[in-house]
Write a protein that binds this ligand. Structure first.
Ligand code: NAG
Ligand code: NAG
Ligand code: NAG
Length: 413
C-alpha cells in the first residue's frame, strides 16, 4: 500500500516537473510555430524578416540595444490590477481580437459593462460610434452602479466617458499602420469593389474626400481615437502634432496592430494583469484576405493616401515611436516575457485544439499557475457578440442582487 502511494506521488511529481520544464524551457521553441504578428496584420516582407529575427533572438536588434536605459534587476511587483477601463475599438485594427480578450477579462472580474441600450447598436457592437455622443442613457441600466467597462465601438470623448464611468477609469487605444488600415477598411462593406481588377490602385489614381473632415479612408483612426474634427484639415503641422500629443496623453496604453502581442504584454505590465488574462486564440479572425488587398501600389498612389490621411500617418508615427520607447524602458526582460507568452499561448491553443479538458499550467518566471479546462477552450472560440452578452449577464446578476438588497431594506421598517 505504502509503496503504491509513494509511487503515485513520484509519478505525479515527475509529471509536474516535465510539464513545468516544457513550459519554462520549451524544447526547441524556435521550431515551434510562433506567430510574429497577428495573422491579419500584414507587415511588408522586408520589415517582417527584420522583425522575425528580432523575435527569435528575443532581444532588440543591436542598433537599438544601446538605447536601453533601465534594466530592472528584479521583476516589478504589481499592486491591484486595473479593472476600470475604456477600450476605443477602432475598426479594422485587430480590435475584434482585442475585444474578445478584454471582454473575457471584464467577465472574469465581474466588471459592469456599459452595454448599448439600443438593440441596433448592440448587434453591430457599437456604442457611441460614429457620433461620439454618450450619456448614461446610452447604456443599459445598472442601478446604483457606475460603469467600469466600455469595449463597444465608440469614438473617444473623454469628458462624456469620464461622466459615465467610475472615477479613475483608464483608456486603451489601438492604431494600425495607415496604409495597412486603408487596404483593409477599403473592402469593408464594399464587396462589389472586389470584382474590379485593381480597386485600390484605381481609387488612389484620383483624389477623394477632399471636402470631408474624415472618412473611412481619411484620418479614420485619428477621428475614432478622439482627434478633433475642427483641426483635421489644419495646414499647421505644429498644431496637429500638439493635438496628437494631447490625444495620446489620454491613453494609458495604445496597442499597435503590427505588434499586437507585444502590445498585449505591455498592457499586462501597465495594468498589472496576469499572462493568463491575455491568452487568445491563434485562429484567424478575418480569413477573408484577397490578393486585391495586398496588391502593390505605386509610389504616387501611396503618396496620395499619405496626403489624404495625413493626420493618421502623423499619429501612427507618434504612437509607434512612443510604443517602442516604452518597450525599451521595460528593459530586455520584456522580450523574454514576450517569447514566454507566445510559447505559452501556442501551448494553450494546441491543448484546446487537441485533447481539450483540464490542464494545469504551472507557475513560471512570468506567470502564476493557472488551470484551463473545456469551458475555457470553448470560450476561446467565442465571437464578439457572445462575449458582449457574457459581460451583460454579469450586470444582470448584479442588478438582481441590488434588487434583492433593496427589497430587504424596504421590508425592514
Ligand atoms: C493608375 O494610373 C497609372 C498612371 O496613370 C496607370 O498606369 C494605371 O493603370 C492606373 N491604375 C488603375 C488601377 O487604374
Ligand atoms: C501653428 O500652430 C502653433 C501652435 O498652435 C502656433 O503657435 C503657430 O502660431 C501656428 N502657426 C501659424 C503659421 O499659424
Ligand atoms: C515602428 O517603430 C519602429 C521603431 O522605431 C520601427 O522600426 C518600425 O519600422 C515602425 N513600424 C512601422 C510599421 O512603421
Amino acid at each position: 500500500m505504502v509503496m503504491a502511494r509513494e509511487f503515485m506521488f513520484l509519478a505525479l511529481f515527475l509529471t509536474c516537473v516535465t510539464t513545468y520544464m516544457s513550459i519554462s524551457f520549451p524544447r526547441g521553441w524556435k521550431d515551434t510555430e510562433i506567430s510574429v504578428k497577428p495573422a491579419f496584420a500584414n507587415l511588408h516582407s522586408a520589415k517582417r524578416s527584420k522583425f522575425k529575427s528580432l523575435m527569435q533572438t528575443g532581444y532588440l536588434p543591436s542598433t537599438q540595444r544601446n538605447v536601453i536605459t533601465s534594466v530592472p534587476t528584479s521583476l516589478p511587483t504589481c499592486g491591484r490590477p486595473v479593472t476600470n477601463f475604456v477600450f476605443i475599438k477602432v475598426h479594422k485594427t485587430a480590435s475584434g481580437s482585442t475585444f474578445r480578450v478584454l471582454a473575457r477579462f471584464g467577465r472574469n472580474h465581474g466588471m459592469t459593462i456599459c452595454y448599448p441600450a439600443l438593440r441596433r447598436k448592440a448587434i453591430h457592437i457599437q456604442l457611441s460610434y460614429p457620433s461620439g455622443k454618450l450619456t448614461k442613457d446610452d447604456c443599459r441600466p445598472s442601478p446604483g452602479r457606475k460603469y467600469n467597462l466600455i469595449i463597444h465601438h465608440s469614438v473617444m470623448n473623454k469628458p462624456a466617458m469620464d461622466r459615465v464611468m467610475e472615477p479613475g477609469t483608464k483608456y486603451i487605444g489601438i492604431f494600425r499602420e495607415p496604409l495597412n488600415h486603408f487596404r483593409s477598411i477599403f473592402f469593408w462593406k464594399r464587396r462589389v469593389a472586389r470584382r474590379n481588377e485593381n480597386p485600390l490602385g484605381a481609387f488612389l489614381n484620383t483624389t477623394h474626400d477632399r471636402k470631408k473632415t474624415y472618412s473611412k479612408h481619411k484620418n479614420f483612426q485619428a477621428y475614432t481615437m478622439g482627434f478633433p474634427k475642427r483641426l483635421m484639415t489644419s495646414k499647421n503641422e505644429t498644431q496637429i502634432y500638439e493635438e496628437i500629443r494631447t490625444v495620446a496623453g489620454w491613453y494609458s496604453v495604445v496597442l499597435i496592430t503590427e505588434y499586437w502581442e507585444e502590445s498585449l504584454v505591455l498592457l499586462r505590465r501597465k495594468f498589472c494583469w496576469r499572462l493568463y488574462d491575455i491568452l487568445h486564440t491563434t485562429q484567424k479572425l478575418h480569413a477573408l484576405h484577397t490578393k486585391k488587398e495586398h496588391v502593390s501600389l505605386t509610389t504616387e498612389q501611396e503618396e496620395t493616401h499619405r496626403k489624404m490621411s495625413n493626420v493618421d500617418y502623423m499619429m501612427y508615427d507618434y504612437l509607434n515611436k512612443t510604443f517602442w520607447q516604452r518597450v525599451t524602458n521595460e528593459g530586455p526582460e520584456f522580450w523574454e516575457e514576450v517569447t514566454y507568452y507566445k510559447t505559452l499561448n501556442s501551448e494553450v491553443n494546441k491543448h484546446c485544439n487537441s485533447v481539450g479538458g483540464k490542464r494545469v499550467f504551472p507557475a513560471g518566471k512570468w506567470s502564476q499557475e493557472f488551470v484551463i479546462d473545456s469551458p475555457f477552450c470553448k470560450e476561446l472560440k467565442w465571437k464578439e457578440d457572445r462575449w458582449a452578452d457574457a459581460c451583460w449577464d454579469v450586470v444582470e446578476r448584479q442588478n438582481e442582487e441590488t434588487k434583492q438588497i433593496l427589497k430587504k431594506f424596504s421590508g425592514v421598517k
